[in-house]
Write a protein that binds this ligand. Sequence first.
Ligand code: COA
Length: 256
Amino acid sequence: MNYSTLKTEATDHIFIITINRPDKLNALNKTVLAELDKAFEQVYKDENTRAVIITGAGEKAFVAGADISEFTEVKDNEGERLARKGQDIFFKIENCPKPVIAAVNGFALGGGCELAMACHFRLASTNAKFGQPEVNLGLIPGYGGTQRLTMLVGKGKAMELMMTGNMIGAEEAKNLGLVNYVESPENLIPKTKEIINQILTKSPLAISKVIEAVNFYFNKDGFNEEAKLFGEAFSSDDKKEGTAAFLEKRKPAFKG
Ligand code: COA
């Protein structure tokens, strides 16, 4: 299968998906999301694929968020639909019966952090940076971040990260439980493969049931609520000001 925004590689039953828009820090535009959806259809069906790694192209970013330039094309009343679409694709990743591991090789911000969190677990390179900076745009996370970050790092730290929009480095992310290992950039993929190869010696059936059982831990209502609240924020004047300020490379002046 050929993709315009993803590079894919299959070796030894491991399917590596690389988000490939390095000049835009691999931001998730409509095409990336649609292609991720397709790639996972392929992963679900292909018997040769037994595990997946998701990473980003270039040395700077895993994914620097949803593509902010596309936000200006979406009507005010379509924010909730936008969030649900992203959530559905991320649910497909999260519920994949084969292990899906994020190899976070740089910025994982907004939708990028949410994509990493939808994976079953995460490894980071020493230069990785994590954050949910949506408040800078007058928005909130809409692809499951309010739920998964809270689950992974606990309510207090999740609140702080989402309210300040601050970024944290790889070591802090590891201390918080957001990532499992921190590796040098060169060792990130080899270490990820090493862990996967250990998993691949176990029963695929049992692994798929671990994934299914752990995912039941979530309260799905939270995602629903998040999409509604994202929709409300999306139609606000603050969101217009926040996205315009990013695209014009200036500080936003929020009115509330
Ligand atoms: N959406 C669209 N474009 C993005 C983007 C995003 N989320 N993140 C980065 N880009 C683009 C920049 O606009 C820039 O494009 P240009 O070269 O055509 O101007 C390019 O990627 C490189 O980014 P730049 O900002 O110049 O790199 P930097 O090293 O100075 O800063 C970041 C890196 C990650 C701190 C900064 O790009 C940033 O804050 N990005 C937005 C993060 C965000 O708010 N994500 C959540 C979205 S909901």
